[in-house]
Design a protein around this ligand. Sequence first.
Ligand code: G3H
Ligand code: ZN
Length: 306
Amino acid sequence: MVTLREVLKQAEMEGVAIGHFNVSDLITLKAVFESASDQNVPVIVGVSEGERQLLGVRQIAAMVKSLREQYDFPVFLNADHTHSLASAMEAAKAGFDWIVFDVSTLPLEENIRQTRTAVETLKAIRPEILVEGEIGDIGSGSEIHDAARDLRKGLTTPAEAKQFVEETRIDTLAPAVGNMHGMLKSMVAGSTKKRLDIERIRTIKEQTRVFMTLHGASGTDDGDLRRAIAAGITVVHINTEVRVAWRRGLDSALSTQPNEIVPYKILPQVIDSVKGLVAARLALFSSGRRHARLASEEFFSRNREF
Ligand code: G3H
Ligand code: ZN
């Protein structure tokens, strides 16, 4: 089976990005997996510390492993936004492929010190594991926010990124390049979009030559996402859009079947809703193919009313 590092290398060479989608339940996992296998593209499943607490660290690892093995399909598992070494070690021991070690709220020197220790410790547990470090401020919370943050002060500089990558020896870097976690109501409605600093992405990539992840991608302008991938982004993280699709699917299932109590008659609508979102995003990330662009645009024009 291909490794995550090989998948990222291949994506980088082809100028495409791998989709990373957060899950909180088996329904969303199924939707993400089915969308990726429909398009035959590798996919990364992400679980934050909160999502892991709900699902169980070893339990989500076992579920993803079972999908990978039964279908011989490149589906990988990431311990997203892990704020302590103990929690990162637990995920590495459970067999996760990737750890986002996030102590980005600390001053740079302390962030470097802790991230370097995490890289050494996690690779001693599982040599093939990838470790991501994060610098800059992209906020927290894959939720619907009332007010926009001022992102300008927390942007990652190319010089800091170079120092951070060289001194920590991370495999992937999460920079702050105009992205932010979560969506404003206007973004859910489709009337505003996040915009990215494409030149900053290009320069950071030139300076670091490391794989780069775009966090907080929900609600980002499609053209900016395409340009960001062309400029050096290799993985794109989506969570809030998944949660919106999950909620919309559930609302619709409950309102169209008010007396239904059988979960396996209610939940397929949730799977379909999440699958539609994931399919649209994967199509956008994986290539400039015309039918892929149409799938994405059609999905978002249909779903503006939430
Ligand atoms: O790590 C998760 C992502 O960065 C999600 O960000 O909720 O804005 O899509 P998002
Ligand atoms: Zn994130």
